[in-house]
Design a protein around this ligand. Structure first.
Ligand SMILES: [Zn+2]
Length: 77
């Protein structure tokens, strides 16, 4: 499980069940376990500082690579 955090304020955005060792480019809603983020039309923003973490893309979030950090472990396939 990864904890995705806002790169600007360092607070949690959501917990994500990442499978595989690739980069975190997209986060699928079905694998988000705990969501602290806020949705602002098609943008996924940090609820604490308003930083735009990603863009809604249907069944997933396209992550803004410079606007988040993460800790935790990715699952092997
Ligand atoms: Zn923030």
């Amino acid at each position: 499980m990864l904890v995705i955090k806002c790169a600007r304020c360092g607070k949690k955005a959501f917990k994500y069940n990442k499978i595989g060792h690739g980069k975190v480019l997209r986060c699928y809603y079905s694998r988000i376990k705990k969501d602290y983020s806020k949705k602002d039309s098609d943008k996924i923003v940090c609820r604490y500082c308003g930083n735009i973490i990603g863009i809604d893309d249907g069944d997933c979030i396209k992550m803004n690579q410079n606007e988040f950090t993460y800790t935790g472990t990715k699952l092997n396939k």
